[in-house]
Each structure stands twice: as C-alpha cells, then as structure tokens.
Design a binder for this molecule. Structure first.
Ligand code: PHE
Length: 440
C-alpha cells in the first residue's frame, strides 16, 4: 500500500537490508580495520560499539523519523517543520551531490581490479595501481559503474534498490565470512590476530574516542540525506528503534569482519604503519593475496565483496539526490536521474582524469578527489549534523521525533534520546568538526 502516492519499501527486511547496504561501504573496508588496529584493537572495538549504539543510533533514529514523518527528502522534511530548516535541508543534499563523482571513480577502480583478477592479470607491481588509475581503462570502468548505479535507480525503490540489496547483502556477508575464515587459516596470521583482538587499556586515549566518533558517523551514512530519504519510504508500522539497532549491528559486524582478515593478512608482510584507503585495497592487499594459495581467486572474491559494498552505497547516495531533486524541483524521477547522471559523468571524469592526463590540476593544493573528500567529510557533514541536532533538539523539539517513533510502538529510550540529541550529540559532532579541520 502506498501513502499519498509515495513508494515504500516492501517490509522490514527490505528496509533493514537497504539501510545496512548503504551503511556498509568502503569505510568499513578501507578505514575501519586500519583505525582499529592503530588505536589498540580490542579497546577501540569496545569504544566503537558503545559509541555506535548510542550516538550513532540516536542520529539515525532522528534522520529516519524525520523522513518518515514528512514522507519527504531533507529539504521538505526540515522546512515542513520550520521554515528555517530549508537551508539546512539544501546543504544536506549537497553532501551526496559532492560525494557521488569521486565515490564512482573508486567504484570504477574496483570494477577494474575485479576484471583484472578474473583475467588472471598480475596487479602486484607497486606501480600497477598508479598506471591503471592514470589510464583510460579507469575512465571506462568509472562509466560502467555509473551506468550500473543509474540502472538500479531507474528501476526504482522496489524493483531496483530493494531487490538488489536483498540479493547482494546476504551474498556480501556470506563471502565476507568465508574470506575471513580462509585468510585467518593461513600460516603467519596469528600475530596480526592477537594485535587486532588484543586488549590494551592504556590505548584508550582521547584520540581513540575521536577516531571512533568520526568513523561511526561516516560508517552509518549519517548527514548525507540518505537515511532521511530511506526513512521517507518506510512503513509506519515498522519499529524505528529496532530497525536502527539492526542496521548498526550489521554495519559493525561487517566492519569487524573486514578487520578480522585484513589486519592479520597485512601483518604477514607489513611491520610499520598499516596502510588505509586506496593504498590498502589496491596496492598492499593484491600483493599479499598473491602470496597465498589460490591468490587469484581470493583477490577476485575480495574485489567482489568490495564492489558490493561500494555499489550499494553509491546507489543510496544516488537515490538521496534523485529523490531530493524530484521533490525540490517538482520534476519527474527520470528527468532528475538523467540530470544527476550527466553531472556525475562530467565531474567524475574530471576527478578520474585527475589521476592521469589532468594530474597537474589542483585546487587549494589538493586534487579534486581529495578536495571533495575533505569538503564533505571534514566540513559539510559535521555542519549538517550539528544543524540537525540543534534543529530537532532546540528549535522544533524532540516531541516530533517521539510522535513518529511511537507510531509503531512505545519509544523505549526516549529520555535518553532526548538528552543525547539536545546536548551530547552536538558536542560530539562539534568535536569531530574541530578535529577534522585540524584545529585540535
Ligand atoms: N557508510 C558508507 C561507507 O562506509 C558511507 C557512504 C555511504 C559513502 C554512501 C558514500 C555513499 O562507505
């Protein structure tokens, strides 16, 4: 059944898997393991879980409730409560707009590596990645990735997004578990395992808290317009609290498992700093897999896992933008999709070529890639999140959220929620902002 003509996710599982598929992304694979290892393994894990289940969950409950209450994307969801929310809504949508081009460039690299492993190509030379990123193959792969994402959005929320996620998320988790078991069964992984899981209380430092906060925030796809948009497709009888805990648990399990095989694998060859980001998945890991039995196949499975993580997150950013454009400009979904894809192809190509023919181009001394990453992660997302906490906690009041969550069942953690969103969350996000800008 639809309400005022808005599409809805077909049920609880479809919603949870789709929100989890958005949350489980590159952040879980190329950031979490390295942060966890550098910040003391077990100690970090504990703090991370505590922060995710409190701070992270409260922020996600807020976004989903605002979306479901209004049946609108951020601009409409916020301005419907108070006119001053309109600007906040617009800035929120800017985040996925800016993320999309470079996320798709990475998606193209992943596709390229998947193809290379499928064809038994040797990607172990330290220069292999640089050469691939600089070549026109990476541009072609980027375009294919964009077309795949566009096709899913074109098929719509039910026949596209939820169908893909219902297949891919279980497949992702199964492959991840098998990969983890295989890799930690390899000789020499014990040292990395005990490093990752070892518990050292002395490692609990302010930096560890900062890292856990920032990672939770990015990993749960908060302040990206995504959860508000997905919330606008959620049925009223669904239990928001329980859904949010399911999503955070799946996201945390995925991150934990990624660390469980990546850190021991990396430990077999690295002694110093553990790499993260592209250096980890495109440079360090391919040569590590190569030294294992069935290395080609392991590399292939690994990039299949990474591809699912990336493409399902890219789908969620694209949906957030397309739905927002449709709501804000009163245009059809297909027109919004076409416009956004043209934009993505143009800007993504510039980002992609920045690693090759356009490599001399820089803005404020950063590549386009780094600039977009910095502007969204370190600046816009924390600003949007603080804005949302103040908007809900102090302008329109937490009752709005209470009413919406109570549609399905009693809001059990409301008192805690209210305290968090009014005071604790904005302070936490403020700390993320200040540290992200390099001020502390
Ligand atoms: N949670 C995602 C991740 O870990 C963040 C993200 C979502 C990034 C959607 C881009 C698009 O990668």
């Amino acid at each position: 059944m639809t309400e005022i003509g808005r599409v809805q996710f077909s049920g609880k599982t479809a919603f949870i898997l789709s929100a989890a598929a958005s949350a489980v992304g590159l952040g879980n694979i190329w950031r979490f393991p390295t942060i966890a290892a550098n910040d003391g393994g077990g100690a970090f894990l504990l703090v991370y879980i505590a922060i995710t289940m409190t701070f992270g969950a409260v922020m996600m409950i807020t976004e989903i409730a605002l979306g479901r209450r209004s049946r609108k994307t951020p601009e409409g969801a916020y301005s419907g409560l108070d006119k001053r929310g309109s600007l906040l809504g617009k800035v929120t949508v800017l985040v996925p707009v800016l993320i999309m081009p470079y996320y798709c460039v990475v998606g193209g690299w992943i596709l390229g590596y998947l193809a290379a492993f499928a064809m038994n190509m040797d990607m172990t030379a330290s220069t292999a990645f640089g050469e691939f990123a600089a070549s026109y193959y990476s541009l072609a792969a980027f375009l294919i990735f964009v077309v795949l994402v566009a096709y899913v959005i074109y098929k719509g929320v039910n026949k596209g997004i939820e169908r893909v996620n219902k297949i891919f998320m279980p497949a992702f988790l199964i492959m991840l578990v098998l990969l983890t078991i295989y890799i930690i069964a390899q000789p020499g992984t014990g040292a990395g395992l005990s490093y990752y899981l070892g518990f050292d209380l002395s490692k609990i430092t302010p930096d560890l808290f900062l890292d856990a906060l920032g990672q939770t925030f990015y990993s749960l796809s908060l302040a990206m317009a995504i959860m508000v948009t997905y919330g606008s497709y959620m049925k009223r009888q669904e239990n928001i609290e329980r859904t949010v805990y399911s999503v955070t648990i799946i996201d945390t399990i995925a991150a934990f498992l990624a660390g469980l095989f990546i850190i021991p694998a990396v430990f077999t060859q690295f002694s110093g700093d553990i790499p993260s980001g592209p250096g980890l998945i495109f440079v360090a890991l391919p040569s590590i897999f190569d030294s294992m039995p069935f290395g080609e196949f392991i590399g292939f499975v690994f990039f299949a896992v990474v591809l699912i993580a990336a493409i399902t997150s890219a789908i969620s950013i694209a949906e957030a933008v397309v739905a927002s454009m449709k709501d804000m400009f009163q245009i059809t979904r297909n027109r919004a999709l076409a416009l956004f894809m043209i934009y993505t192809v143009v800007f993504g190509s510039i980002v992609c070529l920045g690693f090759g023919p356009l490599s001399s181009m820089s803005i404020f001394g950063m590549t386009m890639f780094d600039l977009l990453d910095f502007a969204t992660n370190n600046l816009l997302m924390p600003l949007v999140a603080i804005g949302m906490c103040i908007f809900v906690g102090h302008l329109v009041g937490t009752k709005v959220i209470k009413e919406e969550v109570s549609q399905s069942s009693e809001f059990k953690t409301y008192r805690f929620y209210s305290l968090m969103i009014k005071w604790v969350c904005p302070i936490f996000v403020g700390v993320i902002l200040v540290s992200g800008l390099g001020l502390i």
